[in-house]
Write a protein that binds this ligand. Sequence first.
Ligand code: NAD
Ligand code: MG
Length: 391
Amino acid sequence: MSLFGATGSIGEQTVELLLRAGGAEAFGVVALTGGRNLARLADMARALRAEIAVCAEPSDLAELRARLAGSGIEAAAGPDAIAEAADRPADWVMSAIVGAAGLVPGFRALRHGATLALANKESLVTAGPLLMAEAARHGARILPVDSEHSAIFQALVGEDIAAVERIILTASGGALRDWPLEALAKATVAEALAHPNWAMGQRITIDSASMFNKALEVIETREFFGVAPDQIEVIVHPESLIHSMVGFRDGAIMAHLGAPDMRHSIGYALNWPERAELPVARLDLAQIATLSFRAPDLQRYPALRLAREVMARRGLAGAAFTAAKEVALDHFLAGEIGFMDMSAVVETVLEGLNRDFGTNSAIMTLEDVQGMDHLARMRAGEIARARAGER
Ligand code: NAD
Ligand code: MG
C-alpha cells in the first residue's frame, strides 16, 4: 500500500490504524508522502518500513535523506517525485493530500488497478468524469473516505442505485452556524476554526464554516454516485451523528450513524469489503436523546448555491470552483479578505470564466483541468487582492 498526504490529519489517522493492525508486519508499505514535516514523515516511514518517502519541496530533499540515513528507505522530493511514487504498484492507496495537488497522484495510482481510498474530494470535483473513466479502464476501485460518502456507500451495499430517490448529506453547519448573519463578514480565522464536532485539518475546518466543504461534497456525490443534482439535498444536523442518508423510491431512508471520528470511514475503506474492529466510540443513544435538523440558509452559505451552478455547467467548472476556493481561502487565512468575501471571490471567478468560455467547456484531459486550475487561480488572486485593497 501507499499513503499520499501521510503527515496530515487523515494520513495520521490512517497510519494509526495501520500500526494498530500490525504495521510493517501486516502491510507491505511502498510509498509515504508528506509536505514539509520531514521529521514526522521520516518517523512514519521507519515505523512502517516504507520503500520510499517523498516530501513536497525539492529543497527539503537533503534533510529528508539525512533523516532516513541508515534505514535503507529511499528519499525523493517534489511534485514529480510524488507522481512517480504513485506509479509504483500498490494494492491499496490512500489519497489524502489536501487540495488540487492530490489529483495527479490519485489518477496515476488508478493506472495499476489499485483500490484508491479517496479522501481528496477535490479530485472528483475537478476531474470526476476522467477519474471514474480511468478507474473503469484499469479495473481499479475507488472507495470514498469522506464520512458522508462512506456513509452513503455503506447505505447502498446490496442496493440498486436505480432505486435511489435522493441522497441527503448532513452538515454540522461549522463553527459559525449560530452567529447572526450580519456578524459573519467580520469572523476571524480563529473563530472559523473552532469546529464544534470534528477535529480536521485547518483548511477543511474553515471550509466547514463556510460550507465550501459541503459544496464540494455535493459535487463529489454527483460525480461518485452518478445521481442527478436535484437528487442531492443538504440538511444541517448540528450533532454530526448521522453521517448521511439515502432515500429510496419506496420512501425508506437508510441513515448511517456513528461517532464523528474519521477513523471509522478510513477503517471501512481499509478493511472493505469486510468490517473489522475499530477504535471509535460507541454511541449511547439514550444519553444522546435527541437529534436535530434544520434547512441550510443559502444567504449564510452561498457556497451551496454555487455548487448547483457548478453542477449545471459541469465540464471544467469544478476545476475553476476548487481552484478559486483554494485561493480565496489562502487570502482569508492571511487575514487579507473577510469570511464572506471568499464566496464573493469564487462567484466572480465563475461568472468571468463562464462569460469568456461559455458553458460548454468540456473536460477532455488532465491538462485541460490543470489549465483551468491555473487560470482560475490567477483570476481569483486578482479579485481577492482587489477586495483586500477595498477593506
Ligand atoms: P491536512 O492539511 O491535515 O493534510 C494534508 C496532507 O497533504 C499533509 O500530509 C500535507 O503535508 C500534504 N500536502 C499539502 N499540500 C501538499 C502539496 N502541495 N503537495 C504534496 N503534499 C501536500 O489535510 P486533511 O484534513 O488530512 O485533508 C486531506 C484531504 O482529506 C482533503 O482533501 C480533505 O478535504 C479530505 N478530508 C479530510 C477530512 C478530515 O477529517 N481531516 C475529512 C474528510 C475529507
Ligand atoms: Mg465530509
